[in-house]
Design a protein around this ligand. Structure first.
Ligand SMILES: O=C([O-])CC(=O)C(=O)O
Ligand SMILES: [Mg+2]
Length: 197
């Protein structure tokens, strides 16, 4: 297993709440960017897109470059009256090994994406389709629900929401989150055994 795959597995084993806690409760994304199907989980490194509201040209352009474990992070200006992606774009990305999408924007084809079990987090769901005119950029730092995401940063999602882990600190942060998880598991045992009342 390469280093990224090993880290991905460790991130998948901790909760987003614990990751937020060990980053001083910062680096947690606006809670209005939600998983679009129940049980959705996500861990991978960011590939970034900045696009005009309601326009997915830059997303189409980046899909063929996606690699195993990438998370596509899109700043779509928070626009929720037009969907930037749907089932077809999702399935193309999934077939390239993409770990999921996170959009500060809306999406569509929610049932079909749930059927793919492809992790997608978005600010909204709406049937209205996108324009494809541009402008857009990729590979730049983007804002995601109040947090800066640079290409290569880790993005972790569970049912509570999303956290962004700076790439330089990934090992340190995941180790602290594992430690917090283990401490709380012990506390849970103590509660169940009546040692903590
Ligand atoms: O039409 C689009 O570009 C978005 C969409 O519904 C899909 O990817 O299935
Ligand atoms: Mg569609």
């Amino acid at each position: 297993m390469n280093a990224d795959a090993a880290l991905r597995e460790r991130f998948a084993g901790v909760s987003v709440s614990h990751l937020g806690d060990v980053m001083d409760r910062l680096n947690v994304v606006d809670g209005r960017i939600r998983p679009i199907w129940p049980g959705c989980r996500l861990a991978g490194r960011a590939v970034t897109v900045l696009t005009a509201g309601g326009d997915n040209r830059a997303i189409h352009e980046i899909i063929p470059a996606l690699k195993d474990g990438d998370v596509l992070v899109v700043n779509g200006q928070g626009v929720t009256h037009r969907a930037l992606i749907g089932e077809l774009i999702a399935e193309r990305a999934q077939r390239r090994g993409c770990a999921g999408f996170v959009l500060d924007a809306a999406v569509r084809d929610a049932d079909e994406i749930a059927g793919l079990r492809f992790p997608v987090y978005a600010r909204g769901v709406i049937p209205a389709g996108p324009y494809r005119n541009g402008p857009g950029r990729s590979g730049v730092p983007v804002a995601l629900g109040g947090v800066v995401v640079r290409p290569g940063d880790w993005v972790i999602g569970d049912s509570d929401g999303l956290a962004v882990v700076p790439q330089e600190e990934a090992e340190d942060i995941v180790a602290k989150a594992e430690s917090k998880r283990d401490t709380e598991l012990q506390q849970q045992d103590d509660i169940r055994a009546g040692r903590i009342v």
